[in-house]
Design a protein around this ligand. Structure first.
Ligand code: HEM
Length: 414
């Protein structure tokens, strides 16, 4: 059928690698569109954007996740057959397990644990000539995450385990040796957690009710069976790994406090502002670029004919910078969240829609707790100087990060 908004000609898989976060945006937003057809991984793919595009992406009558995520991502970042790939009743049952971990008490505990680890780490940093914040955050949040989830982690294994997590988080999109390292890091991490799940089930490892390790080990599926130990390990990793990945937002937040005058003081001074600032960091900075789904059936939408089983991508970064949704989207302005209505399809750095029915990230609340604890600590209790370094980041490189990882020197606790 004839639909004008599409790429004609060759496959654009290399184009998306080259344009990164801008690939969909420059097609959709330039023409004020919610859907645009391109060719990716040898398929006719529909790019979706805008609030309407996001709403369609999260319409369970039309979209599913099974068969959507490319294997190279499942074998590194997410794990095979985990919650990200599930649909229907089994999905909703599994999702309730994840959401049950996010009680107000558990979130308070996470805030407290995060502050304690900032205090300990900053004492160590005082004795160092310089520290790279992103690297420090990977180990700090590895400790926080394991403590919160009930996973035992010895001091001497922190570095090895954190290195594997960094490989899963940063290496999945690479081509060549780093991609293979990322796969091996996943295999090692799954094995580590599988042994722990078995230890909990056999009573060899004590675990508190309500912690991720306990709930993953004891969960029963819709048929009343425990999860296969490997599956439970993959889902436990789906809690611990993204908690460590919050490192990226912390690094970007540190950059914002540096680059935008007055932010640090306002973050230090007000709890409300602290929350707006954390939200704006999640909106403004590049993290997740796109998310995939597949159509369940054939249908027409905004003049475009979707075919059954068609690959669909939502433009996550694009929506967070869409001028139809945000006033002056390229301005860093936490104040915009003072009167924000909390739409389901506007702020979508961690997915959109409904927590229970859709794949929206169940870790949004825990991410915010970690960010609030971290930004408040940095703004109130940490003094540091920045040596000459490259703080820039590129929208053409996925996943993005300030080039030198935010190097600090002469760190002092106050
Ligand atoms: C799902 C982003 C932190 C656990 C997602 C999705 C995104 C996302 C984009 C997919 C949404 C969709 O498919 O529609 C992020 C980012 C984070 C973060 C940028 C910041 C570092 C966390 C944390 C946790 C977590 C801290 C756990 C404590 C999960 C899980 C899913 C998920 C289990 C799968 C949910 C499902 O399939 O229903 N996240 N997340 N995430 N996230 Fe996060």
């Amino acid at each position: 059928s004839y639909f004008p908004a599409k790429d004609k000609g060759p496959d654009r898989s290399l184009g998306i690698l080259k344009d990164g976060y801008n690939f969909a945006r420059k097609r959709l937003q330039k023409q004020h569109l919610d859907v645009y057809e391109t060719k990716l991984l040898g398929e006719r793919a529909a790019l979706l954007g805008g609030e309407k595009g996001a709403e369609l992406f999260y319409d369970n009558d039309k979209m599913k996740r099974g068969g959507a995520m490319p294997a190279f991502i499942l074998k590194t970042l997410f794990g095979e057959n985990g919650i990200q790939t599930m649909d229907g009743n089994p999905f909703e049952h599994r999702k309730r397990l994840f959401l049950s971990l996010m009680t107000p008490e558990a979130l308070d505990r996470l805030f407290q644990i995060t502050v304690e680890h900032w205090e300990r780490a900053s004492e160590v940093w005082e004795k160092k000539r310089k520290v790279v914040l992103y690297k420090e955050m990977l180990t700090l949040l590895m400790k926080v995450s394991c403590e919160w989830a009930g996973v035992p982690l010895k001091d001497k294994e922190v570095k090895k385990r954190a290195d594997d997590f960094a490989l899963m988080i940063d290496g999945f999109g690479s081509i060549g040796p780093k991609h293979l390292q990322s796969r091996k890091a996943r295999q090692r991490s799954e094995q580590w957690f599988e042994n722990l799940i078995l230890d909990v089930r056999e009573g060899k490892l004590e675990a508190q009710e309500g912690t991720a390790i306990f709930e993953m080990a004891m969960h029963r599926d819709l048929n009343g069976n425990h999860l296969d130990a490997r599956m439970a390990a993959i889902e436990l990793l789906n809690i611990v790994r993204p908690t460590v990945a919050v490192s990226k937002f912390i690094t970007f937040g540190a950059l914002a406090m540096e680059e935008f005058p007055g932010e640090k003081e306002k973050v230090a001074g007000s709890e409300d502002y602290l929350y707006y600032f954390a939200q704006e960091v999640r909106r403004f900075y590049p993290f997740v670029p796109y998310l995939p789904a597949r159509t369940k059936k054939e249908f027409a939408w905004q003049g475009y004919n979707f075919s059954e089983g068609q690959l669909v991508l939502i433009d996550v970064y694009g929506n967070n910078h869409d001028p139809r949704i945000w006033e002056e989207p390229e301005t860093f302005n936490p104040e915009r969240f003072r009167n924000w209505n909390g739409g389901l399809f506007d702020l979508i750095p961690q997915g959109g829609g409904d927590y229970e029915k859709n794949h929206r990230c169940p870790g949004e609340w825990s991410t915010l707790e970690i960010l609030k604890a971290s930004f408040q600590y940095m703004a109130r209790h940490l003094e540091y100087k920045l040596p000459k370094q490259d703080l820039s980041y590129s929208l053409n490189k996925m996943p993005a990060l300030p080039k030198d990882g935010f190097i600090m020197k002469s760190v002092k606790k106050k």
